[in-house]
Write a protein that binds this ligand. Structure first.
Ligand code: COA
Length: 425
């Protein structure tokens, strides 16, 4: 079967998480992704959080499937020649270096355009133009600067970061959309363009409901926030809302049977208005169906804590899966708190390719998250991440058309890594 991005060649200058997330997606859609790595070192994540000595970490392998690896010293004159060749041969250059790195390497936008006017240059930086544009940024810096941390956690506690990598993987997703959109525009203009995503912007985009709330505050208290029902005043900025739903249907995380010893024996329970009467029956509070203090969504808003405490009195008598089994047929929206262990073992996720087992020549079999975007005409096959420099000679020969003598000369120049494992060791 063909792939959506067959024929698209990506010069992948990315490292760590944000950029690799983007190029991995493009690889899953069929692009030929050529990952350029520093000789002898490679992407720093190859060696970070290692679980097996001298073997590429899961951090690296799980972000770099469906790619080829070439090692190249882009500060070496011969290395620069090779890079120029790759710029001419590719459709997209993706990078998430620190600010100014590409320019310092000698590859400004003007120079790149002169080499290949059709090339799309896609970048992730921590911040866009402004006071912090020169800052280096990692995941949690973006979560804090993009509004996620100030709105996550409980009002009486400190700001909290989330385990979902919305700064890194979120930015990678945003960038991938920018790239395919630029590829589409190129079909009519014939020109490349710059595509930029700042991690702060990406996080703020994902937090837009909180900017919504910031403006709502000028028109009275936000009644769905727990502090409204608890009679606590609002300050000047959007407060942390604990486990409140953030939408028009109130929700909360409730304890289930076994919560005393299982940290994930909880369920997210939504008191969706259309099924309120069914909820009343399930929790054995039929009188709430007609009691004017509980019968309408507006009447319930100042009693949400009490209502959820009462519902919890029922959920605590059931496991999270029993709650699901009772509520789902009644269309009561709820979701179990699933642990990573449970997700890894879930057969349905294996069946759809969302969790995939991949074989690696050095580490053996491991689990990874496959492509969450399913396409009927472009099926994803997850292939293992490349070893450092595994495809150096192959790329010089099949992409840049160098012959054996020329490849040997480039090796002699010191611009390339020693082959395969020798480099990583
Ligand atoms: N050959 C030679 N040199 C190379 C090279 C290659 N193949 N690949 C990279 N380098 C050099 C760069 O030229 C740069 O050198 P310089 O500083 O002398 O110009 C150097 O490696 C370091 O690059 P940098 O990207 O700044 O790495 P870092 O480890 O210092 O910082 C980040 C890491 C992630 C903080 C930074 O890259 C960054 O802020 N990126 C943008 C935001 C982002 O994506 N953050 C999330 C990462 S998950």
């Amino acid at each position: 079967m063909s792939k959506a991005l067959d024929g698209v060649r990506i010069l992948d200058f990315t490292h760590v998480q944000s950029g690799p997330t983007c190029t991995q997606l493009l690889g899953w859609f069929g692009a030929d992704v050529i990952k350029v790595e520093r000789p002898g070192v490679g992407d720093i994540t190859r060696g970070q959080l290692r679980d097996i000595p001298k073997v590429d970490s899961l951090y690296f392998t799980m972000l770099n499937h469906n790619k080829r690896s070439i090692t190249l010293d882009t500060k070496n004159p011969k290395g620069k020649d090779v890079l120029e060749g790759l710029i001419k041969a590719c459709d997209v250059l993706v990078e998430n270096f620190g600010p100014g790195v590409l320019d310092r390497m000698g590859f400004s936008w003007t120079k790149i355009q002169a080499l290949n006017p059709r090339l799309i240059v896609a970048s992730i930086k921590g911040f866009g133009p402004g006071p912090y544009e020169d800052c280096k940024v990692y995941e949690n810096v973006a979560q804090c600067a993009g509004g996620a941390a100030s709105t996550t956690g409980f009002e009486e506690g400190p700001p909290v970061v989330t385990g979902a990598q919305i700064g890194d993987s979120g930015s990678g997703l945003h960038l991938a959309l920018g790239i395919v959109t630029a590829l589409f525009q190129r079909t009519s203009t014939g020109r490349g363009q710059r595509v930029s995503v700042s991690m702060q912007d990406g996080v703020l985009n994902l937090c837009r409901v909180k900017l919504r709330d910031q403006q709502r505050m000028a028109h009275g208290p936000m009644k769905e926030y727990p502090q409204f029902g608890e009679g606590k005043p609002f300050g000047e900025a959007v407060p942390r809302a604990g486990n409140a739903s953030g939408g028009g249907q109130p929700g909360w995380i409730l304890k289930c049977k076994g919560y005393e010893h299982d940290h994930n024996a909880y369920i997210y329970f939504i008191t969706q208005a259309p099924v309120w009467t069914k909820i009343c029956d399930v929790i054995d509070k039929p009188e709430w169906k007609t009691d004017p203090n509980f019968a309408t969504p507006e009447a319930r808003l100042d009693k949400l804590t009490f209502i959820f405490d009462t519902i919890e009195g029922w959920t605590k008598t059931k496991t999270k899966f029993e709650v699901m089994a009772i509520c789902n047929p009644l269309d009561i929206p709820c979701g179990p708190i699933l642990s990573m262990k449970e997700l890894a073992e879930e057969p349905a996720l294996r069946a759809t390719g969302t969790v995939v087992e991949v074989d690696h020549p050095e580490r053996g079999a491991y689990l990874t998250v496959g492509n969450p975007i399913k396409m009927s005409d472009s099926k994803t096959e997850v292939t293992r991440s490349p070893l450092l420099g595994e495809h150096t000679d192959e790329i010089l020969s099949d992409v840049l058309k160098y012959d054996a003598k020329e490849i040997a000369a480039i090796h002699d120049s010191g611009a390339l890594a020693p082959p395969l494992r020798q480099a990583a060791e």
